[in-house]
Design a protein around this ligand. Structure first.
Ligand SMILES: Cc1cc2nc3c(=O)[nH]c(=O)nc-3n(C[C@H](O)[C@H](O)[C@H](O)COP(=O)(O)OP(=O)(O)OC[C@H]3O[C@@H](n4cnc5c(N)ncnc54)[C@H](O)[C@@H]3O)c2cc1C
Length: 397
């Protein structure tokens, strides 16, 4: 299966390099253009599950991912007095912690290392214009360079400008009324290897998760209307987060103090990308650019890896790119729809406003975490009712 067609991918995070890996393996000539001057290694604990686990195994990088494990032992909901209100260990049927838990930047590095020999990376650049005809796509880059490619694929995330160039305003950003911020803070003696999740009054959630770098990954999330906070400067975002942390209890004061020194604070509004189609002519999209499911689904990385694998496989399998894009979408869309279909009441139900609401939520979580319920859940997941197994990973040879 050898193709010497030239493909340009925009975005060197998870989806882009995974697609590059497989296309290069099938004989395509691949360039990845990344707007940042170097790999962006920020971000927190992400996981790879179900079908994506099968893909990374095929890529020969599962061991490297396991070696980069964060050491997280499970999810613990923290009650209003700092006590563990409910615990979901890693091995339990209902848990937030997977076998493949890794810091996002570590996964980006693994993907880059496993592709850099066979793929051209063009950092500090981006696509400025795109025009396509029957035979090729003509690209001009922000740097002034010009080139032509057989196909161009957008893998540049939820705010993809390449998607905008290809589809205009056709895809919808569906805001979920939630802001989430992430930052790295010093580890303290009292920290554990649990993913600790604390619900505060006034629709706020604080989280602390362990990493394998000797630090802790903190997160502050809150419900709010779309106010454009993601566009504020880093200092303004820190100020805003400090106001949201006031009176929240638990580790709020510690996180607030750590904000002064934190150099990787990232605040974003949370929303899904809903696109009626993922390709037009010789142009297509994958990952968050095409179908961001949000961190609430816990499946952003899984979708990015699976979509990249399927698109590469279908392009290698079909002579005609239109057949390939069609087959990719037919395989992937039902899975994306299931993943984007968040449980009713998410996020509002898990961000209660009052003290009573918080107490009800924690009591409910305690019941769900109890042994009989976990046992029952185990019965259902072993019957293959799990959303993750709802997509086939074909062998493209
Ligand atoms: C810095 C960062 C931190 C993150 N932290 C978390 C986290 O803590 N938890 C979590 O669940 N998810 C996080 N994410 C999102 C997560 O990586 C994705 O949800 C998921 O893995 C799908 O990845 P993706 O490759 O489709 O998109 P993304 O991971 O969003 O990557 C998009 C890439 O495209 C690049 N890019 C953007 N615009 C252009 C352009 N015009 N031209 C060229 N390149 C461009 C970006 O710099 C980035 O490298 C983070 C993403 C980034 C970029």
């Amino acid at each position: 299966m050898s193709k010497s067609k030239k493909v340009l991918i925009s975005g060197a995070s998870i989806a882009g390099p995974t697609l590059a890996f497989w296309l290069a393996k099938y004989g395509f000539k691949v360039t990845v253009v990344e707007r940042a001057p170097a790999l962006r290694l920020g971000g927190q604990n992400i996981d790879i599950s179900g079908p994506a686990e099968k893909v990374v195994k095929k890529m020969g990088i599962k061991t490297a991912i396991l070696d980069g494990n964060t050491g997280e032992i499970g999810l613990q909901l923290i009650g209003q007095n700092g006590e563990a209100a409910a615990s979901f260990p890693k091995k339990a049927a209902l848990t937030g912690t997977r076998e493949l838990e890794i810091i996002r930047g570590d996964l980006v590095t693994i993907l880059y290392e496993s592709t850099k020999k066979d793929v051209t990376y063009q950092f500090d650049d981006s696509i400025k214009t795109l025009t396509q005809d029957e035979n090729q796509v003509n690209v001009t880059f922000a740097s002034g360079k010009k080139d032509t490619f057989e196909y161009v694929i957008a893998a540049d995330g939820v705010y993809s400008t390449t998607r905008q160039l290809i589809f205009g305003d056709e895809p919808e950003f569906k805001f979920l009324g939630l802001y989430i911020s992430y930052m790295t803070i010093p580890r303290e003696k009292t920290d554990t290897n649990w993913w600790r999740w604390y619900t505060a009054v006034d629709s706020r959630v604080l989280m602390l998760r362990p990493d394998n770098h000797g630090t802790m990954r903190a997160s502050v999330a809150f419900l709010e209307d779309d106010k454009g906070y993601e566009k504020l400067s880093a200092d303004e975002q820190k100020k805003l987060l400090k106001t949201r942390l006031k009176g929240a209890g638990w580790e709020a004061e510690r996180i607030s103090k750590a904000l002064d020194e934190a150099d990787d604070v990232y605040l974003d509004r949370i929303g899904q990308i809903k696109a009626p189609r993922w390709s037009v002519g010789r142009l297509a999209m994958i990952g968050d650019a095409a179908y961001c499911p949000t961190p609430l689904s816990g499946k952003g990385t899984t979708l990015a890896i699976v979509g990249a694998y399927l698109l590469a496989g279908e392009l290698a399998k079909h002579e005609n790119h239109q057949d390939a894009f069609k087959a990719y979408e037919e395989r992937m869309r039902p899975y994306v729809e299931k993943v984007q279909n968040l449980p009713p009441g998410v996020p509002w139900m898990v961000y209660p406003k009052t003290r009573f609401g918080v107490a009800v939520l924690n009591t409910f979580a305690g019941i769900v975490a109890s042994k009989p319920v976990q046992k029952l859940a185990g019965l259902f997941s072993s019957k293959g009712k799990n959303k993750e197994e709802d997509i086939e990973i074909p062998d493209y040879g």
